[in-house]
Design a protein around this ligand. Sequence first.
Ligand code: NDP
Length: 515
Amino acid sequence: MAAIVVQEVGVLDSERELLDVRNPADGRVVGRVPNEGPKVVADAVTALRAAQTAWEALGPKGRGVWLGKLRDWLLDNESRLTDVLQSETVKPRAEAALEVPFICDVINYYARNAPAFLADEKVRASGPMSLPKRLRTVYRPYPVVGVITPWNFPLAMPGLDIVPALLAGAAVALKPSEVTPLSAVELATGWAEIGAPPVLRVLTGAGATGAAVVDTVDYIQFTGSTRTGRQVARAAADRLVPCGLELGGKDPAIVLADADLEHAAAGVAWGGLFNAGQVCFSVERVYVEAPVYDQFVARLTAVVESLRQGADGRGYRVDVGALANQAQRDIVERHVTEAVQAGARVLTGGKPTGAGTFFEPTVLVDVDHSMSCVREETFGPTIPVIKVADEDEAVRLANDTEYGLSASVWTRDRARGERIARRLDVGAVNINDALFNLFALTLPHGGWKSSGIGARLGGARGIRKYTRMQAITAPRGPELQEQILWYPYRPGRGRVVSRMLRAMVARDLRRRFRR
Ligand code: NDP
């Protein structure tokens, strides 16, 4: 790596345990962060709660101004932030450099649209009972949103959730993965440097810090494994606070006989190996129709063999980086070893390489649905390929999983691709592309089945999810103050008016029913 950033973060005292952050390629310590305990978390959330009221009062336009300043700070510091991100992930520069622009895109989209997305909604009366009232639905933020993120996109992943949450008017407690907290700490540094109100706090630490966040906030937005997601859902249920869960995946790609095979091979390789396969939406299994199976496998293998792996800092000479940590490399190695022991063949790759946590980009064939590389989330640079007789078998096998995040269909016939998409039990389908839906902020990004609950992004829904709907009713005018439901609690004139209104409503209800 050309630029490793070594930094100590936070105010440390002798009582507080520090966590080392290591570069996965060479194991060097590149930073240290405090392992915040429940008391620090609770105090931080109390302070956030206190600051949130003024933040909400700023309104979406006022909050958008602060997010715009954060965007400018991110762009001014882009190169340094990318260095920090690479130091804790060893991503190739081309991949690491995507994260700052990605957050800025999220800021621009939601800051521009927040006033419209959060505007009060005039609601029409449902019938004569509610006719005398002016009705409004108002979007009010959850006071403190807890955002818990994994290690695969240390800047983009927090950005995806904290931006709409802040713009909604919530304060945010962000708990990044202990494996890659330095980029998130940079976000908090930027927020402080622009002089923004104290409504964003980064709480570093291990799993227990995340659990403490879950125990104190008003809404939890969790991204991570299905196993931890279940724990978070249980804890949220105990407190009766809502949660959004973005969990694991085992995304299938279906390559049909009419596909442009060169395009499909490149796209499947990219979808499987981008970020060394550590993307929830990674292509993790490929089903190819029999007539083109041999041709497709040959092309895919050639593409994968041509990729360059390693760490070269600010250079753009490598395509595939390392895995985030040793535990992740062990999972990948186990999946490949078990597959080979059960009869699978490795066409390229198949083993750890170099120092640290690199694992060769791998193509596996002769795999089946009993193997861990097809059943479990691998989250690594492996592409298992399975031959299928036809579209029906591909759809059946693609749906044969507990997960339901996304899928891709490769075909020259768009209508056929869209028809197949509607048969797949997943939250997103890309035709002739992979991962793409994540870049369309107007589309929802969420998993079905064990891949999650709810969705992020998706236009207005992506910001309204951090709000509670409040119903406000008011009389349309002074003459409509009287209420039929109050009868017989109002003496005198009220009683008469209530009776008249009841009679009118009854007549109107009969008339409407007859229509
Ligand atoms: P984990 O579930 O292990 O961790 C996710 C986050 O939760 C980390 O910050 C972790 O802290 C924290 N955490 C751990 N225990 C608890 C707890 N009891 N309560 C609250 N928080 C806790 O996932 P990984 O970090 O290993 O990330 C990989 C997973 O994330 C994969 O399954 C992947 O598919 C999924 N993912 C899903 C995405 C989606 O949008 N659907 C996007 C990206 C990834 P610590 O790291 O310190 O233990």
